[in-house]
Design a protein around this ligand. Structure first.
Ligand code: NCD
Length: 356
């Protein structure tokens, strides 16, 4: 099905569209073999990941020099983007903002619905439709599940569609975080991600980053996943079903030390208390799932420690000094990975790769 068929049949009805399997939705969100709207981690395959990593690597290298940066910022200087981030964000917002600026894209932002006409009763759908009258791309983070997807769906049905990038929607997906996470694995393991054991630790139930990362790992061979959490925060069944369907071995444990000692990458996460209206999950004791300085002795010599950040008590501050602590580099990788993705969406990636 092509994007031009959007106005026909089932695709007219949002609820019906939402219930379609991802594989059937993907054509609506791509254009001429490129990602157009970036909404789900399942949109990336091994080839596109490897391509985006080359674009990110090339871009970060040549922009070290002024003439390289001048070239990069001329690439998309005719484009404007709106960053609509109505859920707390530091890194994702700043890295997208700076990724746009590296490519010369002019940016506007809304970070609080109380400053937009939503306060006058305008629906969020109308508000985002308004953006498309003024800009060429919408990058958004929203607390409501599927809202970013709905925006892209709506936008594609207007006469001025603009690409939409998901900077985190509800509890379900955070595809560009997964992109930068895998880019970090790629850089840390010299391009050899196949065969690695990845431990994900903490709030696997409500964390969207570990969900998107689990989907992305399907693109690599002989990956083993270890899910380490208290049972209250265990990984959701839909992800476990996905892993089983794709013959990806995993196991779940509440034994933190045993789990992390086997891993090549340890992906720590924060307890997502903001989703807890009842206060029940705040009572769960998570002290046995925190990375203390003493744990540096039991992990593999070449293991890396990752975290999407922000961190609370999951990782002791002195761990930052260890060369295996990768989270600060991981957040910087985010800016380059996102710049590569935006360049790809606007077909500027070829020029980046050709730059001498
Ligand atoms: C994550 C998020 O927002 O889901 N943060 C991020 O984007 N770097 C993880 C979190 O908030 O714990």
């Amino acid at each position: 099905m092509e994007r031009t068929d959007l106005m026909t049949g089932i695709e007219k009805d949002w609820d019906k569209f939402l219930s379609l399997p991802i594989s059937q939705k993907l054509p609506f969100f791509s254009k001429e073999n490129r990602i157009y709207d970036c909404l789900f981690a399942q949109q990336f395959d091994r080839q596109s990941l490897s391509h985006l990593f080359s674009v990110a690597d090339t871009l970060r290298k040549f922009t070290k020099k002024k003439e390289g940066m001048d070239f990069a910022s001329s690439l998309l200087s005719h484009k404007r983007a709106m960053l609509y981030f109505v859920q707390p964000s530091t890194r994702t917002f700043l890295s997208f903002l700076n990724a746009c600026h590296i490519l010369g894209i002019k940016t506007g932002e809304i970070r609080d619905t109380s400053t937009s006409s939503e306060l006058k009763g305008e629906t969020p759908e109308d508000t985002v439709r308004t953006f498309s009258s003024y800009v060429d791309m919408i990058i958004m983070r929203h607390p409501a599940p599927n809202f970013v997807e709905k925006t892209a769906w709506l936008m594609n049905r207007t006469n001025r569609p603009v690409p939409v990038i998901n900077g985190g929607s509800g509890k379900d997906q955070h595809p560009t975080q997964a992109l930068l996470d895998v880019y970090t694995l790629h850089r840390s393991f010299d391009g050899n991600i196949d065969g690695k054991t990845i431990a994900m630790v903490g709030d696997l139930k409500r964390g969207r980053t570990v969900r998107s990362l689990s989907y992305l790992m399907k693109n690599y061979k002989n990956i083993k996943l270890i899910f380490i959490s208290p049972k209250e925060f265990a990984m959701e069944k839909d992800i476990l079903d996905f892993l089983n369907k794709h013959n990806m071995p995993f196991y779940e444990t509440d034994n933190f030390e045993e789990g992390i000692s086997q891993a090549d990458a340890i992906y720590m996460t924060r307890i997502q208390d903001e989703h807890d209206k009842s206060g029940e999950s705040k009572k769960v004791d998570i002290s046995a799932f925190e990375f203390k300085t003493k744990h540096l002795k039991i992990i593999k010599q070449k293991a890396i420690i990752m975290h999407p950040l922000p961190r609370r008590t999951e990782i002791d501050i002195p761990v930052d000094e260890d060369p295996r602590a990768m989270y600060w580099r991981q957040e910087r990788n985010g800016m380059w990975a996102r710049a590569a993705l935006i360049a790809h969406i606007f077909s500027a990636d070829g020029q980046i790769l050709k730059y001498k």
